[in-house]
Write a protein that binds this ligand. Structure first.
Ligand SMILES: Nc1ncnc2c1ncn2[C@@H]1O[C@H](COP(=O)(O)OP(=O)(O)O)[C@@H](O)[C@H]1O
Ligand SMILES: O=P(O)(O)OC[C@H]1O[C@](O)(COP(=O)(O)O)[C@@H](O)[C@@H]1O
Ligand SMILES: [Mg+2]
Length: 529
């Protein structure tokens, strides 16, 4: 539904700083649905005007003194977690998950877990999603709801084990599926989901092979899982279960869930997978099935909105940094060396930005969120000329989705419907070579495209810990009766979010964020337009 905005000129101007008029509609999680137009004073171009409240149920009028309460009420409704008791009227039982001193989980209905143990999370516990009170919309990275950038509390549900559960562990059949592209940490999450299910007392745990495809493709058999089977899978990268793109037919998947008598489905994947998980959750509800569908956000791209990061991102950055380092060594050792590295990121520049920042060896970082030109007085090529003159070599890091507007695109999509990008790395390599040949200056271009190397590796220590927590929390969510939710980290706290809130649009680098400013301070690059 559209959001009515009383906008001042100042607010319009501020929004123009946040949003780039020539970019696609998915800037920093703002969605189509709340778009209005305001005229830019400088350019006279219509500029999209959006508000952060991407799916406000009520209309907001900021002249109404109670708009904040209305916003908060709406927020609470949006972030309320779907529960199996929305369609059933089930009585919970006391949890079987307890880490008592003997460390032996009790699976007996009559036994009471330690009443005094402060290890459970209350259903009313909340974590605050935003903690910065921006005094002005012009503050770096400010995410404002109203023109004055007022402080508005945005609470989300805290993750963790509940004292009451809605499933009888010994009767549960739990399934795990991993979808989309590979990502470091998939095996760590699978392992923790299995461990935690067993701690509750679940005996029947299976893996669905090769993503959603495994639900209906003939010849693909579910894989029995147990602590013994998954114990060491975290030592290798990839997915123990296999992954795939495409082929998601919700009704067939739910037929299969029903036929297999699955009670809990743990879905590990990115934005496409989450959309699929939500469709499965909706279909289960429609059919009145008592199934908990719980997702864990996976993607090296880090492009899922609202959360601090997705697992696998840190590891991918670490691997990407190795490629940057090689490019630096090659460039540094060559006469007029130019090291060029292309890094993954389907629609966002997080990996390129973070690898540039962490390596400290990059002179030019190009991401899709910040348009650039290659030619002309302010173009990248001119700057490379300057760098060769002044320091003798340089390193360029480009995100795969950057500069797509400079290239031809066939519009082809992959099996999941994702746009297949044109190769900006190869394009830049050719342009750089031609440019320096054209001006008669020697340049030794070394192009590195590490492609799948950044994601086909095992998780580093920080990702392994993140996977552990998210995987365990996913199981706690399912036992607590939640469904259609995802287990993630927001503002350094582990929380559950309804899937509907994280599939609105891909998260992208905010060009006005401190992090991008830090990156540009580090590279020392000028604007390229
Ligand atoms: N809108 C959608 N609704 C239902 N399923 C989807 C949707 N988008 C993608 N999927 C399915 O989710 C799976 C993974 O999607 P994909 O985009 O490839 O990876 P990721 O989840 O990592 O973004 C695929 O099997 C795909 O068919
Ligand atoms: O695995 P594919 O099909 O070659 O796709 C490559 C894409 O997958 C990613 O590695 C991760 O994307 P997902 O999060 O959608 O799986 C992107 O960075 C990249 O653009
Ligand atoms: Mg994706």
């Amino acid at each position: 539904m559209a959001v009515a905005l009383k906008t001042s000129g100042t607010f319009c101007n501020t929004l123009q700083q946040w949003l780039h008029p020539t970019r696609d509609p998915f800037l920093y999680g703002y969605s189509h649905s709340n778009t209005k137009e305001c005229k830019s004073k400088n350019t006279k171009r219509p500029v999209p005007l959006r508000v952060k409240a991407t799916s406000m149920k009520a209309e907001l009028d900021f002249s109404d003194p109670s708009w904040k309460q209305k916003f908060q009420k709406d927020w609470d409704e949006r972030f309320n977690l779907p529960h199996i008791n929305d369609i059933y009227d089930l009585k919970p039982r006391t949890t079987t998950f307890s880490l008592n001193k003997k460390r032996t989980p009790t699976h007996d209905e009559s036994s009471t877990p330690m009443d005094m143990w402060n290890g459970y999370v209350n259903n009313d516990d909340r974590a605050l999603m935003k903690v910065i009170n921006y005094s002005s919309p012009t503050s770096a990275g400010a995410e404002c709801i109203d023109p004055d950038c007022s402080w508005v509390e945005q609470w989300v549900h805290r993750a963790g084990p509940r004292k009451d559960i809605y499933y009888e562990p010994v009767e549960v059949k739990a399934a795990i599926v991993t979808c989309g592209g590979l990502c470091p940490g998939l095996n760590d999450v699978i392992r923790q989901v299995v461990f935690t299910l067993e701690t509750y007392g679940v005996k029947n745990i299976v893996g669905i092979p090769f993503g959603y495809r495994g639900f209906f493709e003939k010849g693909l058999k579910e894989m029995p899982l147990s602590r013994r089977i998954v114990e060491n899978i975290n030592l290798a990268g990839g997915s123990f279960l296999g992954v795939s793109r495409g082929g998601a037919k919700t009704s067939e998947i739910v037929d299969s869930i029903q036929a297999r008598r699955i009670d809990m489905l743990f879905v590990l994947g990115g934005n496409g997978t989450h959309a699929g998980a939500n469709a499965i959750h909706d279909e289960c509800r429609k059919r009145k099935l008592k199934v908990s569908v719980v997702a864990v956000p996976k993607t090296i791209d880090n492009d899922i909105p609202l959360m601090d990061k997705t697992f696998g991102f840190d590891t991918a950055v670490e691997e990407a940094q190795r490629a940057v380092n090689s490019a630096y060594i090659e460039a540094r050792s060559a006469y007029h060396g130019i090291g060029l590295v292309k890094l993954m990121g389907r629609s966002s520049g997080f990996i390129a930005m973070h690898a540039s920042l962490s390596s400290g060896q990059v002179d030019v970082c190009l991401i899709p969120e910040v348009p650039f030109t290659l030619d002309g007085e302010y173009g990248v090529l001119q700057h490379l000329e300057h760098l060769l003159k002044t320091k003798g070599f340089c390193v360029v890091c480009v995100a795969e989705a950057a500069g797509q507007e400079l290239l031809q695109n066939s519009g082809a999509t992959d099996a999941s419907g994702n746009l297949i990008l044109s190769d900006i790395g190869v394009h830049m390599q050719q342009k750089i070579k031609m440019h320096f040949k054209g001006i008669g200056v020697h340049a030794d271009v070394k192009y590195i495209d590490p492609t799948y190397m950044v994601r086909a590796c095992r998780a580093n220590a920080s990702d392994a810990i993140l996977c552990t927590v998210l995987g365990q929390n996913a199981v706690h969510a399912a036992f607590a009766g939640f469904s259609g939710i995802t287990s993630c980290i927001c503002n350094n706290h582990y929380v559950y979010l309804p899937i509907t809130e994280v599939i609105t649009a891909p998260k992208r680098v905010n060009p006005n964020s401190r992090m991008l400013h830090r990156c540009l301070t580090s590279t020392g690059q000028p604007d390229f337009h």
